[in-house]
Write a protein that binds this ligand. Sequence first.
Ligand code: GTP
Ligand code: MG
Length: 192
Amino acid sequence: MKIKKATFLQSSPNLKLCVQTQLCEFALLGRSNAGKSTFINTLCNNKSLAKTSNTPGKTRLINLFEIQTTYKPFMIADLPGYGYAKVSKVEQAQWQKNLEEYLLKRENLKSCIQFIDARHDIQKNDFQMHEWLSVNNIPNFTILAKCDYISRNEISKKIAEIRRYFATDVLPFSSKNSYYVDGVLNYFEKLM
Ligand SMILES: Nc1nc2c(ncn2[C@@H]2O[C@H](COP(=O)(O)OP(=O)(O)OP(=O)(O)O)[C@@H](O)[C@H]2O)c(=O)[nH]1
Ligand SMILES: [Mg+2]
């Protein structure tokens, strides 16, 4: 499938205030700065759709996007990254609660996408997040983001490593070129 149009719908602090929809939803999870918001912009070929930043912690709410395609429309939920130290303990705990509620109860949630920055090893909080998804039977797959930073050979090695640890499908991605977009969209189409 190809994307025809992408629109920002809403920023919501919690599940209750999220617009209800029947459309398949994919939620982006991962450490702060892993490239989640940039992924949306590259996928939709619109640099100003999702807010991105060099400073981790840019995304603070559940940001919902509706994507029209040549196949079926779908939704993307851009979620705040974890591991952002500057957020206060109280704020972290509140967000943790809201995030868990969203992930456990969002009826149209089709799959989570966990983002791993290709430059770094899988971190402790990545393992914890993944374990939590598995324990709660939340379907998920992994995107190896920022692949432009490593060689082709390293990309293959990283993919194999993540597959081994997470036992999920792993798709490579880079926002520096559109080469990986089709692979991701074809994968989405299969899940929808
Ligand atoms: N080289 C390169 N840089 C990238 C890529 N994707 C994202 N970046 C950069 O990484 C930084 C963080 O990207 P974001 O998309 O804002 O990260 P995020 O995961 O949404 O971060 P939070 O909102 O804090 O959770 C930005 O400076 C992006 O330009 C990529 O594929 N390649
Ligand atoms: Mg973001």
